[in-house]
Design a protein around this ligand. Structure first.
Ligand SMILES: [Zn+2]
Length: 643
């Protein structure tokens, strides 16, 4: 389905749930991260990202510090800061952007080369460590930043720098004589090239993206590199599948390996599939998506269930406490699902995109925006997390920054770029996937039209959409799978509609000034997991609309796992004054009293009634809000059933 590009600058989010988060990102976090990247934030792990460029540009003396992909932290910040200008024209941010782009230009080598790690540290190893080097990954993030900056400001300064860099990459990689026939160790450049292609129309970006997508897993590529082989010798979790290089994409049966890499790869591959209109590639991606979310995804939209290799493991292996569920991977799943929506507007893609965004993605950032999770577990007992080796990646509390800081700027660019997730369009067919309040200007064959959405989601299932424009626009409204029932009214009267693949289309044409009210019934309810998931057997979780809920010690008691929910009693709602007035959910059940046991009494013979005789209630908050009130136990999946 040929897509109509919706410029992100034409979508203005104005939504009671997201405004505060976006405003915080724009006003506080973008400047905060700028200070961090410039090493001017006390208490935050050193970044050195800007300094690396200054040294590479010859403006400062010193040595490279950080990860080999440190440049990408700055790139993601440029993308976020560019989008932030959509919400606030901040002259300081604009000046910082101009300054840093000029700096990147000065650091760029005459042939277009850009990675400061190799410029400063290992100039003789350029393009020789494709598996681990991240040069192409860094280019990908810089290219995404360049596109965002160009879209928002109209300035192509960074795009020109990146074009020169991409031209260099085109001269180095490819099938021709003397070229390096390979593909990136860490995918990212593919989707970025497709963004550059979309805004510039230059075919060379598409050609390179297609080459990298199609080439992956088909030739020796970096798999013959010494560094790749050394890694593989030591660790079975760092074989070709870690890089999604175990087979050509059409022969890949499951999402394998490093979760962020896999998500970024499939995102870029879906972009290429759409542009090519390639049915075999689309089919491969559809199957991969279904198996990923049907067998390897956490309830929260998190993916990657093992810290070693930050990777996928096997079907139904979803431990709640030692999961990886990296914030970036959930962002990747949202990005991939958005691309699947462009290929075919099916409600399940939007359901998962929304689930990732409202749960695993925004749990990655604290309410004040200044602390971050890399790993987003579904169960946490802080003393265990502090001690155990297999919890080494699990931070019991969000931290100010990371030595490997991919996640914090990734969340911010996602928040500031949220407008890109709301709609897709194909000609006169517009699909509204997310009920996020916004005011948007789009174009149809009959000219410009405006859509305004006022929404109470996710707290209530109501949204109002107003249409202004000429006739001819077909607005397809998502009916989320969690809606137990729904009503659809036009200008206050029940409307006739048909539903295809979970999208409602009004029988009558839209007229200028039409007001559409949707109301989804979304009661809180228990969710069960497939019994193939060992860790969730005999357990239940609670959801309402797109939100997964969790219990925190702060609202309950210690030893949360001692609670057993009574599934025969309904989950009830309570308007609270926590977090500016969220809806709490309450679950009835029983719990074992730790105080009834001696501290040296580990075991006891069972006697009837001895299991969980204390009536108890579990108070639950949305998962994304956990750990905003200090360190404590947290639990998503609870024991279920009656004694
Ligand atoms: Zn990350």
């Amino acid at each position: 389905m040929k897509q109509t590009r919706i410029p992100i600058e034409n979508i203005h989010i104005n939504d009671s749930f997201w405004n505060g988060r976006i405003r915080n990102a724009v006003e506080n976090v973008v400047p905060y991260q700028w200070r961090v990247l410039n090493d001017k934030e006390p208490g935050a792990a050193p970044s050195h990202a800007v300094m690396n460029y200054k040294i590479a540009a010859g403006l400062e003396q010193g040595e490279f510090e950080g990860m080999q992909f440190q440049d990408s932290d700055l790139a993601k910040w440029i993308e976020a800061a560019s989008y932030s200008l959509l919400y606030k024209k901040d002259p300081e941010v604009e000046a910082a952007l101009e300054e840093v782009i000029e700096l990147i230009g000065k650091a760029q080598q005459p042939d277009g080369y850009l990675s400061t790690y190799y410029i400063l540290k290992y100039p003789d190893r350029k393009w020789k460590e494709i598996a681990q080097g991240h040069e192409l990954y860094v280019t990908g993030h810089l290219l995404e930043a360049a596109v965002a900056y160009y879209q928002v400001t109209g300035k192509d300064s960074l795009l020109k720098i990146l074009e020169k860099n991409v031209d260099l990459i085109r001269s180095v990689f490819g099938k021709g004589e003397g070229k390096l026939d390979s593909y990136p160790g860490h995918e990212e450049i593919e989707l970025a090239l497709m963004k550059a292609y979309a805004v510039t129309g230059h075919r060379k970006y598409f050609d390179l993206a297609e080459y990298f997508v199609e080439n992956r897993g088909t030739v020796p590529g970096f798999l013959v590199e010494e560094s790749f082989q050394k890694f593989g010798e030591r660790n079975k979790h760092h074989q070709a599948d870690y890089y999604q290089a175990h087979a050509p994409i059409r022969e890949q049966k499951d999402a394998e390996g490093h979760a962020v890499r896999a998500m970024y790869f499939f995102t870029g591959a879906a972009d290429v599939a759409l542009e090519k209109g390639d049915e075999t590639l689309v089919k491969a991606l559809e199957e991969l998506w279904e198996k990923t979310v049907g067998r390897r995804m956490y309830l929260t939209g998190g993916v990657g269930s093992q810290a070693t290799g930050e990777r996928f493991t096997i079907d139904y292996d979803l431990p709640n406490d030692t999961c990886y569920t990296e914030t970036c991977a959930a962002i990747g799943l949202a990005m991939w699902s958005l691309r699947m929506l462009r290929l075919a507007p099916r409600v399940r893609y939007a359901d998962i995109m929304e689930r990732a965004l409202y749960n695993n993605v925004i749990s990655g950032i604290s309410q004040d925006g200044e602390r971050y999770f890399y790993v987003n577990p579904l169960f946490l007992k802080p003393d265990v997390a502090h001690y155990r080796a297999d919890h080494a990646s699990v931070e019991p509390s969000r931290v100010k920054w990371f030595g490997c800081a991919c996640c914090p700027p990734n969340v911010i660019r996602t928040l500031c770029g949220l407008g890109g997730y709301v709609y897709t369009q194909s000609g006169n067919d517009v699909y509204q996937h997310l009920y996020i309040g916004n005011e948007s200007t789009l174009s149809s064959d009959a000219g410009e039209f405006r859509l305004t959405c006022e929404s109470k989601m996710p707290w209530e299932g109501e949204a109002r959409i107003t249409f202004h424009g000429a006739e001819g626009v077909k607005l397809h409204l998502r009916v989320p799978s969690y809606a137990k029932d729904f009503t659809l009214k036009v200008n206050g009267k029940p409307a006739e509609y048909s539903v295809t693949e979970g999208y409602a289309l009004l029988a009558e044409a839209l007229h200028d000034g039409d007001v559409i009210d949707v109301n989804f019934v979304m009661p809180p309810h228990f969710v069960l997991a497939n019994p193939r998931v060992t860790e969730d057997c005999g357990k239940a979780a609670v959801m309402r609309g797109p939100l997964v809920y969790c219990a925190e010690q702060a609202d309950n008691f210690a030893y949360l796992a001692s609670f057993r929910a009574d599934l025969t009693k309904p989950v009830t709602m309570e308007q609270s004054d926590l977090f500016d007035g969220i809806v709490l959910l309450k679950v009835s059940g029983t719990r074992q009293e730790a105080a009834e046991w001696g501290e040296n009494e580990l075991y006891r013979d069972y006697a009837p009634g001895g299991f969980g005789e204390v009536p108890a209630e579990l108070r639950m908050i949305p998962y994304f809000l956990w750990n905003n009130r200090g360190e404590g136990e947290m639990m998503v999946w609870m024991n279920a059933g009656k004694e």
